[in-house]
Design a protein around this ligand. Structure first.
Ligand SMILES: Cc1cc2nc3c(=O)[nH]c(=O)nc-3n(C[C@H](O)[C@H](O)[C@H](O)COP(=O)(O)O)c2cc1C
Length: 303
């Protein structure tokens, strides 16, 4: 009997649907046991994010990985698990606060130490810098990342911003007359079952050495060079904003609200005025230096 432990946080249920699809075949395999544990903040974040100011209020703490209090996550006999799957999402180019809080906890160290871990992301389209943080956090627990699968919204960046806001603030994920479905598409969620085979094979053979290569052959990680470069520039500026807000205002204060409002205008301006230009520059860079761009992208698909 092989045992898989799934640990996840989700607001909409999207990442759980994705993992259920990845483990579709494993679920019907009599030799595999799967246990799910949800990370739960003591005071959960609102979904939908109303009033919308709450959506911006988590910005500084997300970027600076400042913990929230979590309910105890008690996994009995965690040493018995052969594989851990971590289902996560990105908030402001960083791991979501519940995920980073969990990864820094003693419970995470107890559960993940010495264990093979597969990270499964459900994001809009900017996850690369969050993944750098997650890799370090998992390394600090003593866990070993042996696989990474990323699900994102494949629509144009500017379209996916509109649809994700509609989803996160108005709870409308489905397509409308003018806009496509928000987040990871239903098709991609259903076809996530294709990743189950290589995972089951590695699990049964107790050898995860080649798993990521097999997952990559199935397009487990797809990186758009111009999105990745825009994001990596963005996270540096996010750190400056987050430091300014944290240094100059108290939680719930009027000053913090004013600073966050200013940040929300900045974000809107960057997304719609700066990012198209940046995207054009990075696309040209890729055309002029294709080898360099390929190398940079490949580096980020490795574990
Ligand atoms: C506050 C907040 C910030 C987000 N920032 C990003 C981001 O920087 N990059 C990204 O790809 N997705 C971002 N998302 C989308 C999430 O990664 C995720 O896809 C979505 O919230 C659904 O996750 P769920 O499983 O918790 O429902 C953000 C979502 C929230 C709520």
């Amino acid at each position: 009997m092989k045992k898989i432990l799934v640990i996840y946080y989700t607001q909409s249920g999207q990442i759980k649907d994705i993992i259920n699809s990845v483990l579709k075949d494993a679920k019907t395999d009599k030799n595999v046991q799967i246990d799910y544990y949800k990370i739960e903040p003591e005071e959960d974040y609102p979904f939908p994010w109303r009033p919308s100011s709450k959506f911006y209020d988590v910005f500084p703490e997300s970027v600076k990985s400042i913990d929230c209090k979590l309910k105890a996550l008690i996994v009995n006999n965690s040493y018995e698990y052969d594989l851990v799957i971590l289902g996560l999402q990105v908030w402001y180019l960083s791991p979501s606060i519940p995920i980073s809080s969990f990864l820094k906890s003693d419970e995470a160290k107890n559960i993940l130490k010495g264990k093979p871990v597969i990270t499964v992301y459900g994001t809009r389209n900017m996850w690369v810098s969050a993944n750098k943080t997650v890799k370090n956090l998992i390394k600090n627990t003593g866990g070993h990342i042996i696989g990474n699968i990323v699900f994102s919204d494949k629509h144009h960046n500017l379209i996916s911003v509109i649809t994700i806001v509609r989803w996160l603030i108005n709870r409308k994920k489905e397509a409308s007359k003018y806009f496509p479905e928000a987040g990871v598409s239903t098709n991609d969620i259903v076809s996530a079952s294709k990743f189950g085979n290589p995972i089951l094979y590695s699990l049964t053979n107790k050898n995860f050495d080649n798993l990521q290569n097999e997952l990559l052959k199935l397009n487990a990680v797809q990186i758009d060079y111009h999105i990745m470069k825009t994001e990596l520039t963005g996270i540096r500026i996010f750190h400056i904003w987050a430091s300014i807000i944290l240094k100059n205002s108290q939680p719930n204060s009027k000053k913090r609200k004013r600073l966050l409002k200013l940040f929300s205008y900045y974000l809107f301006f960057v997304i719609y005025a700066v990012s198209p230009v940046a995207s054009l520059i990075f696309r040209s860079k890729k055309l002029i230096f294709p080898k360099k761009a390929k190398k940079e992208t490949e580096k980020l698909t490795s574990l």
